[in-house]
Design a binder for this molecule. Structure first.
Ligand SMILES: C[S@@+](CC[C@H](N)C(=O)[O-])C[C@H]1O[C@@H](n2cnc3c(N)ncnc32)[C@H](O)[C@@H]1O
Length: 185
């Protein structure tokens, strides 16, 4: 178990709370592409933090399972979902992604925002039902200095090359990709 990492994120989330999350909406990286996201079906968000992405998806009509290493984040996410009236469509759990993805059925959407672990790439794609979407947003070296947690130029397109790319970009220190699992894979 990542005790130090968990404590680090617990402290950060305990300081932040959810007061700044009043307005429900997509992560900024996906704002211009929100129409691509499903408005029904099932979703998995990994490293969900305070539940911003999961709650937005639930308000669109999806049923969302979401996990994070930090119990404090998960508690905040549950409260946020309740405040937004979508608790019944959200299920939040504590899970260490170093142990792989949480068990579960294939989903219509996998969302991963500002968390990158290349060892999970194949599992993320495998979790998609045929026709399902992956939405990934990460820190990038493009437009920023190289760093331990930043994706290399082209890394997301390379990692998720088996998907039909619906949109992708990298600039100003961020990279994002939305891809569809082909029906035949
Ligand atoms: C930069 S935050 C992003 C949170 C959220 N996706 C967002 O964009 O607001 C990174 C998140 O990854 C989580 N995290 C880090 N390592 C993890 C692990 N091994 N397993 C699960 N979650 C992890 C942290 O607790 C934190 O919530």
């Amino acid at each position: 178990m990542n005790d130090d990492l968990r404590d680090h994120w617990d402290r950060r989330y305990a300081e932040r709370g959810i007061d700044d999350l009043e307005e429900v909406g997509p992560y900024p990286l996906f704002v211009d592409h929100a129409d691509l996201f499903p408005s029904e079906g099932t979703a998995l968000e990994i490293a969900c933090g305070r539940g911003r992405g999961a709650v937005w998806l639930a308000t669109r009509g999806m049923s969302v399972a979401a996990v994070d290493l930090s119990p404090v984040a998960v508690d905040l996410a549950r409260t946020y979902a309740q405040n937004c009236g979508v608790a019944a469509r959200c299920s939040f759990g504590v899970h260490d992604l170093d142990c792989g993805l949480p068990a579960g059925d294939s989903v219509d959407l996998v969302l991963c925002h500002l968390f990158r672990d290349p060892s999970l790439d194949a599992a993320l794609v495998a979790r998609l039902r045929p026709g399902g979407l992956l939405a990934a947003g990460v820190l990038s070296e493009v437009g920023a200095r190289p760093g331990r947690f930043r994706a290399r130029p082209g890394e997301l397109r390379e990692a998720f090359g088996s998907l039909e790319i619906l949109g992708a970009g990298e600039s100003s220190g961020y990279a994002w990709l939305i891809g569809r699992r082909p029906s035949s894979v």
